[in-house]
Design a protein around this ligand. Structure first.
Ligand code: KG4
Ligand code: ZN
Length: 336
């Protein structure tokens, strides 16, 4: 039987994850050890804490991933690993583990861009068609990526300041929500109304860029001013207003990109792609404005960081002949 088995590593931020993927499309195992609890009291990821935690977890995760997949090192065809973008200390743990295994078992080492990985989370819900556009929304990135063909990535627009997820986490902190705040704000938003009408930065500008720091400031000022008046604002309405503003801009810019680029498919991926409001809005807008363009939304469970998505992207890189040597280094600011 012709099957390609890839052992994939992800450790760019605060999840240690190892997966075994068959032919780039079948998850045999996907172990994710999250360290969110260790960072919550700091209100964000502490890089030094993150690297230590990755060191503690990575061999356990590897053993578990192989065991759950019922796969031996001898069965593997390649080792794929995220080498950027992300926190340098965190990335280095995954990169080192992958190198050791590739060296010890004489396997090709396949480097993977974390953001390409996010896109490939959507590969688990359907086949990719090109040309393609991806709306990538995570804690560190917000970008529109045009893919004229497989393995070709062009960023056509991106945030000029905060990433969408970062804005969620920052306004969440003001409302006393634990890091990462996106999921809770999303739940609150469903119970409130857009009564504050926060700004929608750059919504009508003729580009594909985003900006969320003005929205964040408007939100924080509104809450602080109310505090000073001794007034308590409805947290559900605040969440709904913030979220509506984010969704309006993301949807508007994505539709603009689809108007201008000849794509067959839209991909929604990244941690913020788990947002229920955003998923519903894109469903609606795509039917209305681009009924001929198919959409793949990354499955909820694979929106956050995980190695299954790295394995799927790694498989494509492997087929395209991407190989790294044992001198592979972490690249914190890696771009497409
Ligand atoms: O992709 P990801 O797991 O990590 C990065 O590569 O950045 O994204 C994490 C981000 C966090 O900012 C988190 O608050 C946000 O995704 N997030 C959400 C939701 N679930 C997670 N944001 C909005 N709505 C959600 N349901
Ligand atoms: Zn990520």
């Amino acid at each position: 039987t012709e099957r390609t088995l890839i052992l994939a590593f992800e450790s760019s931020c605060d999840e240690t994850s190892v997966a075994v993927i068959e032919n780039g499309t079948k998850i045999l195992s996907n172990i994710v050890a999250t360290q969110i609890d260790s960072h919550q009291r700091f209100g964000g990821v502490v890089p030094e804490v993150a690297s230590r935690y990755h060191i503690e977890q990575i061999t356990k995760c590897t053993d578990e991933a192989l065991e759950q997949a019922a796969v031996d090192y001898d069965d593997l065809d390649a080792v794929a690993v995220t080498y950027g973008p992300g926190l340098v200390g965190s990335l280095l743990i995954g990169v080192t583990a992958a190198k050791v295994i590739a060296w010890a078992h004489d396997l090709p080492l396949v480097p993977v861009n974390h953001m390409a990985g996010h896109i490939y989370a959507a590969r688990y819900v359907g086949e990719f068609k090109y040309p393609q556009m991806a709306l990538l929304v995570s804690g560190g990135h917000t970008e529109l990526v045009y893919m004229p063909a497989e393995h070709e990535y062009q960023i056509i627009g991106e945030t000029r300041d905060d990433a969408a997820g970062e804005a969620y986490d920052k306004i969440g902190r003001v409302l006393g929500v634990n890091y990462p705040a996106g999921k809770t704000i999303d739940e609150w938003a469903a119970k409130g109304e857009d009564s504050f009408h926060f700004p929608r930065a750059m919504e009508k500008e003729e580009n594909y860029d985003f900006s969320f720091s003005g929205l964040k400031s408007a939100f924080i000022n509104t809450v602080h001013n109310a505090d000073q008046r001794g007034e308590e604002l409805n947290k559900y309405d605040l969440a709904a207003s913030f979220q509506q503003s984010v969704i309006d801009v993301l949807a508007e810019k994505t539709m603009r990109a689809l108007d201008d680029y000849p794509v067959k498919q839209l991909i929604l991926a990244g941690g913020v792609a788990a947002n229920h409001g955003l998923r519903a809005r894109l469903d609606h807008d795509m039917k209305k404005y681009h009924p001929d363009v198919t959409m793949l939304q990354a499955p909820l469970k694979l929106c956050g960081d995980n190695a299954a998505m790295i394995g799927a992207a790694g498989y494509v890189n492997y087929q395209h002949g991407d190989r790294a040597g044992l001198d592979l280094n972490a690249v914190p600011g890696l771009m497409f």
